[in-house]
Design a protein around this ligand. Structure first.
Ligand code: MN
Length: 496
């Protein structure tokens, strides 16, 4: 991809200064990677540009895409992070450094610990600068698009990592566009037969329903026009392959029971228009009882907003209709990245009406990222709010507890204060004599809950763990350290 082609990928055009930054990063990275090839046979640099293009498409601006162009330079070329810092300054160097660090964590085999470690690192990086995570997701997406060139074991590992770590994170950040493609690509490598089956059924269904879709779009357009509702866009969409497969499985593989294989999406200017449009849709096509979902009043945990309704469409066939504003649409496709578009001094309305110049769209931090950092600062005082604010819903089956200083300790569900103590430090574990959770004394067999602040009370003098602890602890880490210390102290371990 040439530089000129890259420019066309930006959701909104760059100004001269921004273009210059991108051009400099482009040249620097191209030169640094000169002569390097990827397994696909392409120039290595092509991977860097494609990563930048993915980010440009979801609304990211010059600095993030410049960092994307440079993201593999320190790791894979003779140029260092210092070279980047000298040429591009601290902000871009920090982004590149963050990506390099994130790249060091790989999911191996099915060691859950390693996976959790990965999640934790990504999570922390997220708190540091969300843009690092976005660049990492784009990097992964391009690697998935070119996965066919890798040997089978690598394919499997990378696809699994994508399905278990990257897609959930993209989902958590609300970037439906990237999440969907990551899932479909990973699905293809992890379950090739199911993938082919689902894709075949989906293609067939979409072909059959195409006519209905076209009729519905035409009829709804007319009705909305009669009622003077401005329609920004109305289009059909097919379900993602992997999501379709999951629904199929839920309904005993019966395609007729999946109501949203195809859907009509109506994009209108403002929230009141959404409800008015809903009324018009229902006047034209009778709604199916119990299938109206108002995610505008009650957004999904990842922030997704839209109204969904299933109706008896043309020829009386089920059809899902999704209604949203253009801002909601961008947020659903680009998630957190959309906030860069909307977080400027201008309102989303100005954005929609194109009443801005590109300079007016700052590439700034999201309000909630700032808030996250502030929450972290006074963690000790109000950790509950911190965790609720985060809604760590994809970290199921494991919990995050906090030290009084605000360090995050990652534990499995039902872990005890002893597990916590050994996770902090072996010596703290060995010297444990009590624990406080959220400021209150608790017994050592109590279970820690997500988001709690745990303070371990320790003896001043060296001490041995109690061998009964072996029955209480949940983590193998704590178990092995307790055994070690008991053995070292010459205490025989009973029948445990
Ligand atoms: Mn890369």
């Amino acid at each position: 991809m040439t530089l000129t082609e890259l420019y066309t990928h930006y959701k909104n055009p760059l100004n001269a200064k921004q273009k210059q930054l991108v051009a400099e990063a482009f040249e620097f990275a191209k030169n640094a990677h000169a002569g390097q090839k990827r397994k696909t046979g392409e120039d290595y640099f092509e991977h860097s540009v494609q990563t930048a293009a993915i980010l440009a498409e979801i609304g990211m601006r010059s600095r993030t895409t410049a960092a994307a162009l440079l993201h593999d330079v320190p790791e894979d070329t003779e140029f260092t992070l210092e070279d980047i810092r000298k040429k591009f300054g601290g902000e871009i160097a920090e982004l590149v450094d963050g990506i390099t660090k994130l790249g060091k964590f790989k999911l191996r085999g099915d060691k859950k610990e390693v996976q959790l470690e990965n999640l934790r690192k990504i999570f922390l990086a997220m708190a540091e600068d969300i843009r690092v995570v976005l660049i990492k997701l784009a990097d992964r997406l391009h690697n998935m698009r070119t996965l066919h060139a890798l040997p089978p074991e690598k394919k499997e590992r990378i696809a699994r990592e994508t399905m278990e770590i990257y897609a959930p994170i993209a989902n958590r950040l609300g970037i439906g566009e990237i999440k969907g493609e990551l899932e479909d690509l990973a699905f293809k490598y992890l379950e090739p037969e199911n993938y082919d089956l689902a894709k075949g059924l989906l293609d067939k269904e979409f072909k059959e329903r195409k006519k209905d879709l076209e009729i519905a779009i035409r009829e709804l357009k007319e009705e909305l026009k009669k009622s003077n509702i401005k329609v920004i866009d109305i289009h059909g969409r097919a379900k993602q392959i992997y999501r379709f497969f999951l629904k199929l499985k839920k309904h005993e593989m019966n395609v007729n029971r999946v109501y949203d294989v195809v859907a009509v999406r109506i994009v209108v200017p403002e929230i009141p228009d959404c409800y008015e449009a809903l009324g018009i849709v229902h006047k034209k096509y009778r709604p199916l009882v119990g299938r109206i979902k108002d995610y505008i009043s009650l957004p999904k945990p990842n922030g997704y907003r839209s109204i969904h309704t299933t109706v008896f469409g043309p020829k009386g066939k089920f059809l899902e209709i999704q209604i949203r504003t253009s801002r909601m649409h961008d947020e659903a496709e680009f998630g957190i990245a959309a906030h860069w578009i909307y977080s400027g001094p201008k309102t989303w309305r100005d954005y929609f009406l194109r009443r801005y110049t590109p300079e007016e769209i700052p590439e700034q931090e999201l309000a909630w990222v700032k808030q996250l950092r502030e929450w972290q600062k006074d963690l000790g005082t109000d950790n509950l709010e911190f965790v609720q604010g985060l809604k760590i819903d994809f970290f199921q089956n494991h919990i995050f507890a906090f030290t009084p200083k605000g360090d995050i300790i990652n534990l499995p569900e039902d872990a005890t204060p002893i597990d916590f103590a050994y996770a902090v430090h072996t010596e703290i574990g060995n010297r444990t004599i009590g624990a406080k959770v959220d400021g209150k004394l608790v017994s050592l067999d109590s279970k820690i809950k997500n988001g709690q602040v745990v303070e371990i009370l320790t003896s001043k003098d060296p001490k041995n763990p109690n061998q009964d602890w072996l029955r209480l602890v949940k983590t193998s880490n704590a178990k092995s350290k307790i055994r070690q210390q008991l053995r070292r102290a010459g205490i025989s371990i009973g029948a445990i």
